[in-house]
Design a protein around this ligand. Structure first.
Ligand code: SF4
Length: 223
């Protein structure tokens, strides 16, 4: 594919969005939650863990711990038991307690609603912050997880591996109002078709818009 101008790239990104929207009309955040605090905790738990596993873990957890104060004062060992199946549970418990202490001490017990404030919480990076912004605060955010990063590279929207650089490249290519939804669509497509190994290019709705369909290069591009 000849080198695209930024305008051509944005136009192609729009077409990819339209096709993926048709393919996955129900795309949304797949972490079950009832409020911003629950989504914050679920997103911290989802690091290196599937959303499915997190969704099996959180009902009992949220029954036991309901407020930021409950988590902030949770006995570490007890919290660890609830979240053990999500992996890295010691670190995750420390981060949840630390984040909730700050929420209680500095934000009156309410999860803050800006990127700057969110990334100051323990265990919260730009990815988690953007999940929260887009899902519960109505502020568009590009969420670069493993699926989003891989699809962004395969579709030629970035050449970077570093999630923050990928995020900034996507912010230039995707219209701002659909940053959050586009991120969800990439996750759905990465799970259903554009697998890390052996993507099902023959069944891909954006195959004609993809620079690397069926090619060894496409399969080689960062997993
Ligand atoms: S054509 Fe293949 S590599 Fe390209 S987006 Fe579709 S599944 Fe992924």
């Amino acid at each position: 594919m000849a080198r695209e101008t930024q305008t051509q790239l944005r136009a192609r990104a729009k077409k990819v969005f339209e096709r993926l929207s048709k393919a996955y009309p129900d795309a949304e955040c797949s972490l079950e939650h009832g409020d911003p605090l629950e989504l914050l905790v679920a997103t911290i738990l989802s690091a290196q863990c599937t959303d499915e596993r997190v969704n099996k873990t959180t009902p009992a957890l949220f029954k036991r711990f309901k407020t930021a104060k409950d988590f902030a004062t949770a006995p570490q060992k007890e919290l660890e038991k609830y979240i053990q199946s999500c992996g890295f549970y010691k670190n995750k418990a420390t981060n949840i307690i630390g984040a909730c202490k700050k929420i209680v001490d500095e934000h009156g017990g309410k999860v803050p609603g800006t990127l700057e404030e969110l990334v100051e919480l323990s265990g919260v990076g730009r990815k988690t912050a953007n999940v929260l912004l887009g899902t519960v605060f109505g502020v568009p955010g590009v969420v670069v997880d493993t699926h989003c990063g891989r699809l962004a590279r395969r579709l030629g929207f970035t050449k970077h591996e570093d999630p923050t650089k990928v995020e900034h490249d996507l912010m230039k290519v995707w219209p701002q109002e659909i940053w959050s939804l586009y991120s969800h669509l990439f996750v759905y497509h990465g799970r259903a078709v554009c697998f890390a190994r052996g993507p099902k290019c023959s069944a891909c709705p954006v195959r004609e818009l993809c620079p690397f369909p069926d090619s060894r290069e496409g399969n080689k591009i960062a997993k």
